[in-house]
Each structure stands twice: as C-alpha cells, then as structure tokens.
Design a protein around this ligand. Structure first.
Ligand code: ADP
Ligand code: MG
Length: 263
C-alpha cells in the first residue's frame, strides 16, 4: 500500500494537484477503499501524469524549431565513424553534464561531418528531459535581428533568446552580422553568460572560433562575446570525410561517335 500512496503523491506533485498521500490515505480509510480501488486510482494518476509529461516534451519540441519529422538524435548518430582518444568525450555529451555545468559547446569541422546532427541531437535530448531548447541557423538569427530592428522590438527579441536554457546556433560563419546585429549577438551572449543555473549555448561552424571575426562587423563586441562564450566551453574539432554523398552513384559510360562509313 505504501508504494501506491507514494506514487499518487508523486503524480499529484507533477500534475500540480493539491492532494498529498496522507490526505488520500485518510479519504481511503474513511471510505473503506479496497486494495483494488487504490490500485485503480494509482493506475489512473500514473496515466494522467505520464500524459502530462509527454505533452510537456511535445510542447518543448514544438517551440524548439528542431525538425519534427526524422529528428536527429544520439541514437541515430553512428559513433563508430568517430575515432581518436577523445571519442568518449563526444559520446558523453548525451549526458547533458555540459548543460548542468553551464559549459558551452562548439562543433567545428568541414561540411557533412555531422556537426548539425550532433547539435540537434543535443537539443532533442534536452527536450526529452523537459529542458527548454531553441535551434536557429545563423542566417535565421541575422534575419530575426533585422526584423526586430525594423519593428523596434530588439529588446523582446533578445529576451526570448535569453530565456531558453539551451540555445543552439547553427552554421556560424555562413553569413555576415553587421555592426548592430553583432551588438545584439553580444547582448544575447552576455545576458546568457550572466544567468544562473542550467544554461548553455551550442554552436556549429565550418570555421575555427579564431576566424569568426571575419563574419562579424563590430570587433569589440565580438571579442567580448567570444571571451564569454569560451570562458567555460568545450570545442569539438571534427575531422574526416563528409557523411553526405553515401548514396551517390556515379555511372560512367562510353558513347562512341556515329561513324557514317560503318553504315
Ligand atoms: P554538417 O552540419 O557537419 O555539415 P550534418 O550534421 O548536417 O553535417 O550531416 C550531414 C548528413 O549526414 C545529415 O543527414 C546527418 O544526419 C548525416 N550524418 C553525419 N554524420 C553522421 C553520423 N556519424 N551518423 C549518422 N548520420 C550522420
Ligand atoms: Mg550543418
């Protein structure tokens, strides 16, 4: 019986229902509830709590901008392609210890190596654990900043990006951030840096962080941003061949000239 009351108590906490195990025990005793009735109640509470949990995960995923169909996960990432002495460290990111310790992550490497896949898998894992996550490509971030500047809503734009516990910025270096956008980028980084608790930012890039200044215009703001990003961070340098093109088939055929004399 104790387990049943504990379970219902835990479910009530999750469901934000103001009913504790002791209260329920009294109701059960006063009403002469049978063990079967209590089992049924426990089953019902578990069902409701599981349903609420699943809805919460779905809500986080819906707001995250991570792909909904065929999501990239750690499960569908082929880690056997990765070799080297730090393999375990890259595998270990699925524990989200980096998020708990507020450590930022940067995946650097050539196209098709799996940077975006790993960043999205990290985001997907966050959502599974009810951690609010947001995925955005650098070009989309630039466009978002441009729109906010036009409509005079830069403050709320920055506020939104600061709110997510995990912010993933994909493909840094694919586009230029002008002076004002670099200042807004700094605002986001600085505000996130000063937050307490579980917060981190994940980047992917074809370029080493030392080359990022080529893509931002206001150098001081960028240097201050980099200072904060890499104050507590882990950089994964991925080397090797692109995963893309695995299904590419090349067919070479010889076509002879039509020789009239052969006719
Ligand atoms: P990048 O961002 O480095 O350019 P992506 O992460 O977009 O590359 O990877 C390109 C494609 O290859 C994606 O469809 C991705 O899911 C797949 N891919 C890359 N590396 C792996 C891997 N190790 N296991 C499974 N799929 C991979
Ligand atoms: Mg990519």
């Amino acid at each position: 019986m104790t387990d049943i009351f504990e379970n219902i108590n835990d479910c009530c906490v999750k469901l934000k229902i103001d009913l504790c195990g002791a209260e329920l025990a009294k109701i059960a005793a006063d009403g002469n509830y049978t063990a079967e009735t209590m089992e049924a109640l426990s089953h019902l509470f578990t069902y409701l709590s599981t349903k609420k949990d699943a809805a919460m995960v779905q809500d986080i995923l819906n707001k995250s901008r991570l792909p909904k169909s065929a999501p990239k996960t750690f499960d569908n990432f082929d880690f056997t392609r990765i070799r080297g002495q730090d393999v375990e460290r890259i595998k270990g990111i699925s524990s989200l210890a980096t998020l708990h310790s507020g450590s930022n992550i940067t995946f650097v490497g050539p196209p098709g190596i799996g940077k975006t896949h790993l960043a999205q898998a990290y985001g997907y894992e966050c959502a599974q654990r009810r951690i609010k996550v947001y995925f955005i490509k650098a070009t989309e971030l630039r466009d978002k900043f441009n729109r906010a500047r036009k409509s005079g809503s830069t403050a709320s734009c920055v506020n939104t990006l600061v709110r997510y516990q995990c912010l993933i910025i994909d493909e840094i270096g694919h586009c230029k951030f002008d002076k004002e956008n670099t200042m807004l980028f700094f605002d986001v980084i600085d505000r996130r840096y000063n937050k307490e608790g579980m917060f981190n930012t994940v980047f992917t890039s074809n370029k080493q962080p030392s080359q990022w200044k080529e893509c931002f215009e206001e150098e001081d703001a960028l240097l201050c941003s980099l200072d904060r990003i890499f104050d507590n961070a882990i950089v994964f340098n991925l080397k090797g061949k692109s995963y893309r093109g695995r299904k590419l088939k090349v067919v070479n055929v010889q076509v002879d000239n039509l020789n009239h004399e052969d006719k």
